[in-house]
Write a protein that binds this ligand. Sequence first.
Ligand SMILES: Cc1ncc(COP(=O)(O)O)c(C=O)c1O
Length: 415
Amino acid sequence: MNIFEKLESNVRSYSRSFPVVFTRAKMSKMYAEDGREYLDFFNGAGALNYGHNNDYIKAKIIEYIAGDGISHALDMYTAAKAGFLEAFEEKILGPKGLNYKIMSCGPTGTNAVEAALKLARKNTGRMGIFALTGSFHGMTLGSLSVTSGKTVRRGAGVPMPYVTFVPHPNGFCGDSIAYMENIITDEYSGVDVPAAIIIETTQAEGGVQVASNEFLQRLRDLCDRYGIMLIVDDIQVGCGRGGGFFSFERAGIVPDMVVLSKSISGYGLPMSLLLMEPEYDIFAPAEHNGTFRGNQLAFVGARAALEYREMAGLESRVAENDRLISDFIASRLLPMDGRLAHRGIGMIHGVDFEKLGDVSGKVARECFKNGLIIERAGRNDCVLKLMPALTIERDELYAGLEIIERAMKKVLAEL
Ligand SMILES: Cc1ncc(COP(=O)(O)O)c(C=O)c1O
């Protein structure tokens, strides 16, 4: 028995899918202690959009540490924070005409979701929240309350009230917007107008479910008409993953609040942010507090990542890779079986094996045997989720796609 199995809790999960000991990583590759090299299509669940140990970002962080830069400062004013805020304003908010105030939350995404839900309730004086079926927003009680997976919800051990799940538009036989409007206006529905609706514009853990621009625009309109706050959870599909820096840009909407984490620090360091329209910035000082709000190294990395993003022209690379991945899936993977489906946007794509039964796990395991790290998502984990770093080289991208192709051929031939 290794030290992990001996001492680590049973709750560990990714180590079960990828049971090797990793020692090093560079951009799109991870290396195990036995010397094996793996291509990474999992990408820290979206926390490593700029690749592992990106040289540009690493140099800025090393320089900061070597100069004895502040490493911990709660939410005091620091040069590292100022550097990030200035870059975020100059490169993201300003050019996009967004006027958000920025709140540093506890280190992980779930804490920013908690802050958003609290702030929506405080602003509106209402308690209810609408979330979509298939959603994933985190594991602490508030964010778990708006997460739809029943297994993880059972882990709460207590009721999680004041949340109404509404059908995600994909695969729903009706009109989700009309449904929401119906239940908030029908005196006999038992459902009050909520404080907020929280949505991932593309559900990642939910199986790569892309909400259409039209749906997002109608949702914005519904929120406007009923005074409901629209919260976009951009923790996994923001920071360029979906194309633009924010995933909602494609729909031309402006959410009342946005939560960011994962790749915002650029280097896989813990950091999360809540962005809000200034009129909603009503927390009293320290009302949402935390020792690790504002990781200084993450601020340095985040600034460097915004610089790198521009220098490397990542937005156009994502658009190009989107086409390459989509073409490959359409021409080489889907023809293998008429029951396969593809969904995706930017550099998050899913191959859906739902109609073939219990197959995706076998494909993912076969990929790993052949040197590709890839995860699954969606109901029964039936969707193979392709999420390479935005910086991946063309030959690496093809190499990874071809590993998937070979794995699928092998597994489907054995069905
Ligand atoms: C969309 C979304 N929201 C929230 C979270 C929670 O973030 P964290 O795991 O950092 O708490 C995740 C994590 O996967 C996520 O994908």
